[in-house]
Design a protein around this ligand. Structure first.
Ligand code: SF4
Length: 503
């Protein structure tokens, strides 16, 4: 059963919801916003005048944790009561509460269904004891197909029934997805929204702490996803970005490990949606049928967010990952056989324990041949509770930095070259924003936040009048220039105009 909140409606309570980290966290914040709004809270995304500032933290790496702490401390300076939730709060619980007295409470994911009551307690001056973190993988059955019936709280997965007058939002496993209320309140009015496919991860990458606090892999059902996607489309969303910790595993706990191939065309067919983008693909699980579905389904961006992490086999094995330079190049070649202009991006870690100079040369060989549109380069650092933190052969900090600087500069150069290869080509650009006459958007190979963008400029003659374009419009454009990974393009033709709203 999902219960959204207690109904202790105290009028006029104001909460500011600040979100750090990734798109998955943004979805979780929108679920929290829905629960709080349903219980009478005024929800905003800026701390001004708030009674409580709820910070949805990120606990990914040291830098992200520092950003979260600074946000919590800055919020405390406003005089509002400050509450920490999200990944860092889940990961450190009581330890965070002890080290950060500025926070009135440190909440677990388990508190999410009762978030309104927790914030009421904070406002009333009650003491909330922070949780002792546990490995959330152990909360769910080992067998994936048994997980759907579990009552464990998974942020961003909740739906709720219709709200009876003055009552509580409830739904149980017998309530069909299409009859449930989508438990989400948008905190952003842009034409792009993330849709959470699944949460958690069953893989055992040696450097990654995320599964311990996000838990084992759990998919949301297609019915639930389609209902939420329709609701998002109804609120003006034009592009859906499918997020999870590992999208290639989608459906394995629903008895169909190839479910993503079936879901993509259904999402793309939703009225108003002009682009569906899959993210977080595991190379080891990227089967040919999925490559074909992503590369060729109308309305699905031919975009491959493949998390390679390295390409030297000895490093990959120590990371407990699969693949090699040649296997990854073959995978990219398969993608480009279907769609030569497909987008591809990846993340890499340099300085992993045991990494040698020849491993770095192997990674250089890979990135130089891969023609990636965007690269996220990370310098390795030990993360609490990971296998890698205890591995021998640590690379000195100075060497990690040197390798990181070298690979980052190379990545920038290679991605800029890849952008230049697109000069003169035709791209489909979704307009994200129109501000002071500047039109920013993204082509199919550009995901929001993490990749480059496209600026639309006026055609010399003909084409589309820039003055008529609005966020959410999809245009066909010709690439006329580049700036690093960003493109400059001239709109030639409107493909799909976003519905114009009155007023
Ligand atoms: S899922 Fe990972 S990246 Fe996203 S907010 Fe949590 S720790 Fe940060």
């Amino acid at each position: 059963m999902v219960s959204a909140a207690s109904s202790s409606a105290i009028p006029g309570r104001r909460v500011a919801l600040l979100t750090l980290g990734c798109a998955r966290n943004e979805v979780d914040s929108e679920e929290l916003a829905a629960r709080l709004h349903a219980d009478g809270w005024q929800v905003s995304t800026d701390g001004e005048g708030a009674d409580v500032v709820l910070v949805n933290t990120c606990g990914f790496v040291e830098k992200a944790k520092q950003d979260s702490i600074q946000t919590l401390m800055a919020a405390a300076d406003t005089g509002a009561k400050v509450v920490a939730a999200g990944c860092m709060a889940e990961r450190y619980g009581r330890e965070l509460a002890d080290s950060l007295p500025e926070a009135e409470a440190v909440l677990s994911f388990d508190d999410y269904p009762d978030i309104s009551a927790r914030l009421d307690a904070v406002l009333a001056g009650d003491k909330i004891t922070a949780h002792t973190p546990r490995d959330r993988r152990e909360l769910l059955p080992l067998t994936p197909v048994a997980r759907q019936r579990s009552a464990v709280v998974v942020p961003g997965h909740a739906t709720a029934g219709a709200r009876p007058a003055g009552g509580t939002l409830v739904a149980d496993e017998h309530t069909p997805a299409h009859l449930r209320q989508v438990l989400r309140r948008r905190l952003d009015s842009g034409p792009v929204a993330s849709l959470k496919l699944a949460s958690g991860c069953d893989r055992r990458c040696a450097f990654c702490a995320i599964p311990a606090f996000r838990g084992a892999f759990v998919s949301r059902t297609p019915d639930e996803l389609l209902a939420e996607a329709e609701w998002l489309a109804g609120s003006g969303v034009r592009e859906l970005v499918l997020v999870s910790e590992n999208s290639t595993s989608y459906g394995k706990d629903l008895g169909d490990p190839r479910l993503l191939e079936k879901l993509l065309p259904q999402l793309a067919a939703i009225d108003g949606i002009v682009r569906v983008r899959a993210s977080y693909l595991q190379p080891a699980e990227t089967r040919p049928g999925l490559v074909e579905a992503i590369a060729t389904t109308p309305g699905v961006a031919a975009y491959f967010d493949l998390s390679f992490q390295h390409s030297s086999e000895p490093v990959l094995r120590r990371m407990r990952r699969f693949g090699s330079t040649d296997r990854f190049l073959e995978l990219l070649a398969t993608v480009r056989e279907f769609t030569p202009e497909a987008g591809a991006r990846s993340n890499f870690i340099v300085g992993f324990p045991g990494e040698t100079r020849s491993d770095v040369d192997e990674l250089v060989r890979f990135v130089s041949a891969a023609r990636l549109d965007a690269i996220g380069m990370f310098d390795y650092s030990d993360e609490d509770g990971t296998e890698a933190a205890n591995l021998p052969g640590k690379v000195s900090a100075a060497t990690v930095k040197r390798r990181y600087d070298r690979l980052s500069a190379l990545a920038d150069e290679l991605c800029s070259q890849r952008a230049e290869e697109r000069l003169g080509s035709t791209v489909e650009v979704l307009v994200d924003s129109v501000q002071d006459g500047v039109l920013e958007g993204r082509a199919a190979h550009q995901a929001p936040e993490v990749d480059g963008s496209t600026t639309l400029v006026a055609p010399a003659e003909g084409g589309v009048d820039l003055a008529v374009l609005r966020p959410g419009d999809l245009v066909r454009a010709t690439v006329t220039g580049t700036e690093g990974v960003d493109l400059i393009a001239v709109p030639e033709e409107m493909i799909s105009a976003a519905p114009r709203r009155a007023g």
